[in-house]
Design a protein around this ligand. Sequence first.
Ligand code: PLP
Length: 414
Amino acid sequence: MQTDAMPSWRNVSEERRTFVTHLECGLSGEEVEADRLHGLSSIGRPFLVRYDLDSMAQSLSKETLAERPPDMWRYREFLPVRSIDNVLSLGECMTPLIPAPGVDGDLWIKDEGRLPTGSFKARGLCLAVSMAKELGVTRMAMPTNGNAGAAMAAYCRAAGIEAFVFCPDDTPETNIREIALQGARVYCVNGLINDCGKIVGDGKKAMGWFDASTLKEPYRIEGKKTMGLELAEQCGWHLPDAIFYPTGGGTGLIGMWKAFDELQAMGWIGSKRPKMIAVQASGCAPLVKAFDDGVEHADLWPDAHTMASGIRVPAAVGDFLILRAVRQSGGFAIAIDDEDIFAARDDMSRNGGMLLCPEGAATYAAWKAAVADGRISAQDRSILFNCASGLKYPMPRAGTTLDRHQPIDYGAMA
Ligand SMILES: *Cc1c(COP(=O)(O)O)cnc(C)c1O
């Protein structure tokens, strides 16, 4: 690969080169060519995108990076899109790192609810759909618990790609409506996300779909990787002590772990890693069980249930990558009851003025549990991922009726 300077990002007509060298199966190491459409590897496991990190380190400095606009595409050298004509953007802002309000401890919230479509799925799907456009895809399909489908619908609309979305029939109503409003076909299935995934898999040949299921294409990880790059930059290139990540398919956890390795290979950070803590719901905790059992792959979780729909994922094709990252980091996996998830949401909104999504609230509950049992100290610098806007989820009814034609009892309001 040449090491001459990259063409200007603003020069829209010029072909942009990337630092991608090839794709590699995360389990077997099988290598395939980049710039072609790929699904899973020949053994049915996820591909990871590999880069020429030495050349990248010569072409890009932290100082150059610091001068760029505060959005996801500031990390473009770390990303695989070749032509700027294929770069989709709905305004993928850097998300704020906020000191957890009303909490005693070195606890921070990375608020991903500010992204387009109101969740961090925008990072992954922005990349996946940009790459799909670059590789000539015209129809995409995915199973989703809601937020991924909404993000895919939005970016497919921007790319002129047809989108077909399959979700469990108890997916939050907001998700189903936003998916439809953003131009996708949405089907509500009487089953769970893996049942929806089977419908996509069985139909993709006949329907001409590219399968955008979690980790079944290689680029959502690259989009989610920007969470790790962004976090490292926001922390002054000194990684925190612990990251609490609400884990479904695990794209974000795997992506951040990959980001840290790439940053180290470039000499931008050292070997210190945060403890990666995979947070699941007690009603669907396949990774917690696999972690506790000391095994590399997780069994399908039977009768999965939790109100935190984003982490209701009974089987994850990247299970071994999640478990490896958690173990190598000295972290752990932890299951939280729904009751404690909603108690944590109430606590943070009533006492801190910050409305978390249920999955984000699960990380707060996990932090409290881990501090209580001594696995984490409140003085450790810990990051919680609030992965979606709390406004996307059902909330308890509220509001007291007032009749303006009757005398108002102000005393009763005190
Ligand atoms: C998808 C999702 C998750 C899980 O993210 P993964 O990276 O797929 O594990 C957590 N919370 C919300 C709100 C989500 O939409």
